[in-house]
Write a protein that binds this ligand. Structure first.
Ligand code: DHB
Ligand code: FE
Length: 283
């Protein structure tokens, strides 16, 4: 995994691309299905070219931009911002999930984060600890509300400056990443910090793309989660914060009304919130 000295589109993009390339991906798509999908993609493109009377100059700019996205290593970023939410919606519906809603994984998940007990504080630096704390607690249950013993909640999120460990230089490897092992009734209580809104790297081809139509590069502050329980289907989701900036205009179109937290100060004045995860049984 590569990082550079300063967080830049080139650094984050390459780190996300290196991480993705280190996974081996495959799909059992048949030739017939691939043919049907590809035909529709080309048809859609043809329709756009005709509808908008696309010029040769515009075609060449597109070609150059596609080359640039690859050279900057930004395909994971661009795809996860502009396409993944549709794939996620299809995944949830097609598999008839009825538990907690999912959301996009994004480019910054890393497998194998350190295991933490059900009541824990996320790995963080002194500077993170100075940011406002968040106590995030709840229970992982089945569809009937029965707690799932030993369920795991993998949590990863950006720091108070909006950076993810492993994808920006100078941050300890597992900072703000952990695999929380729930107690015998599926309960967890995590102390972390309130994440900041996240600005997707805007100094490379994804940024130029957004500028070209006058968009903004922001995602609302969010927690990333992967929740697993024995005999149950895992979910990948995100949680957001009520009234937070960009909640209604996420560049990645990945917010859902069911995934909004509303933390309130507890007796010690610390922001605290309860959110329960409901997992569907294995199909
Ligand atoms: C991107 C970053 C995120 O943190 C996220 O949740 C989704 C997408 C991105 O930069 O592509
Ligand atoms: Fe994120």
């Amino acid at each position: 995994m590569t990082t550079t000295e300063n967080p830049t589109a080139f650094g984050s993009g390459n780190a996300a691309t290196d991480k993705f390339k280190s996974e081996r991906v495959s799909s059992d798509t048949s030739v017939e299905r691939a043919g049907a999908i590809i035909k529709d993609v080309l048809r859609s493109l043809a329709d756009v070219v005709h509808k908008h009377q696309v010029t040769y100059d515009e075609y060449r700019v597109l070609k150059q931009w596609l080359i640039d996205v690859g050279e900057y290593g930004e395909w994971p970023l661009w795809l996860d911002v502009f396409v993944e939410h549709e794939v996620e919606a299809v995944h949830y519906d097609r598999n008839n999930y009825s538990g907690t809603k999912g959301s996009i994984e994004g480019p910054y998940y890393v497998e194998g984060s350190p295991k933490l007990p059900s009541k824990c504080t996320m790995p963080m630096r002194e500077k993170d600890a100075a940011a406002p704390s968040l106590i995030f607690k709840g229970q992982v249950t089945d569809l009937d509300g029965k707690g799932l013993p030993g369920a795991t909640v993998e949590l990863w999120h950006a720091d108070e400056d909006g950076f993810y460990s492993r994808f920006a230089p100078g941050i300890p490897e597992w900072n703000l990443r952990g695999t929380i092992v729930c107690d015998d009734n599926g309960f967890f209580e995590i102390t972390t910090l309130e994440p900041a809104p996240y600005k997707i790297p805007a100094d490379g081809p994804t940024g130029w793309f957004i500028d070209s139509f006058g968009g903004h590069p922001w995602r609302p502050a969010h927690l990333h989660l992967m929740v697993k329980g024995a005999g149950h289907r895992s979910i990948t989701t995100q949680l957001y914060f009520k009234d937070g900036d960009w909640v209604d205009s996420d560049v990645a179109s990945a917010t859902k009304p069911e995934l909004i937290l509303d933390p309130q100060p507890n007796a010690d004045g610390v922001a605290e919130v309860t959110y329960n995860f409901v997992l569907d049984p294995e199909a």
